[in-house]
Design a protein around this ligand. Sequence first.
Ligand code: HGY
Ligand code: MN
Ligand code: MN
Length: 399
Amino acid sequence: MIPVDPARFLADLHRLRGFGASGVGKGVVRPAFGDADIAARDWLIAQMQDAGLTVQVDAVGNVFGLAAGPSILLGSHTDSQPEGGWLDGALGVMAALEIARAAQAAGGPAVSVVSFQDEEGRFGVTTGSAIWSGHLDLTVADGLCDHAGLPFAAARRAMAGRVTGPVDPAQFTGFIELHIEQGPHLFQTGRQIGVVTDIVGIRDMNITLTGQQNHAGTTPMHARQDAFQALAAFNQALNDRLRNVVTPQTVWTIGHVALHPNASSIVPGRAEFSMQWRDASSARLDKMERIIRDTAEEIAGAHQMALNFGPMLGLEPVAMDPHLRAALETAAAQIAPDRWCALPSGALHDATNVARLMPVAMLFAPSINGISHAFEEDTDEGDLTAALQVLARAVAALA
Ligand code: HGY
Ligand code: MN
Ligand code: MN
């Protein structure tokens, strides 16, 4: 057994929320490389040092607290969405810290901690772990920009003074990420713990439609090259066409739209938007890409728009490691008998990237009303400490 302290773990979660606390419910605004994110990482570094871990920070701001010798790696991310909750990522890092701290005090087992950088994709998709795992080349990442046009290369300079060097993945025997479910299944079925079977795949790219900016009072309707009208037509056509190839679990989202110049009396000349889609099958993701590109080309032609596709980012679906997963299932059955289940993850996680390097597994705590990526995100604290206990028990059993 690793003698974790649930009260200390909850206190740390609330302290972490203090960095970027939004003032609305338990919301957090802590995007990667912002002041709150860096302050939270500095606080985390101090906690790791106090716990007796050796801190290393790599060139992209991933923060590691290392136990000596071969160790199991636990963690997640401490950056947030532009409007996020207090638990997305934070739960996994604070549970990792508590388990590593308790294990250090007890003389073992060796547990290391990580907070990956930009999991929430201000610049890419799970950017920090994608680079660490070799999935995303650093030179490619450096050219990726956030929605305001800031390149990753410029953003990461804010942490340059903290960088110690590369962190060798060979020292880790496996990776386990505790996270909130961010969906309704566990909450609706009254369960306390979910053990993840698979993580879905994702594709993500920006698309730009460029027409002709013009006067909204004098330009006849038939003569307009209105980028908003083209985007609206694209969205409607795409929804109709995707219906033929998707499953009830497939999702697609236009979540960010920048209309230029975004003024009431100007026919908009340019629409830049994000196009993201997710599914458990790589073949279906590829089929959806074909439909998205073909539909965009067709609509651009019909509306006299120039069309540009940005770089496409993506991650393939991955299955969890059976050995690590079995340890989580055994612990879940002990801590939450009849209140746990196995389930797939529809959200993306750093674990997808880390699976390129070592065996990985994940467990979920319930999300109240299934809400996440919103200030309303929350979980019953009894469920949070149950998840901590399951993870600690599984880590002890694996050691
Ligand atoms: O979008 C995701 O699934 C993750 O929370 N970044
Ligand atoms: Mn997350
Ligand atoms: Mn998230």
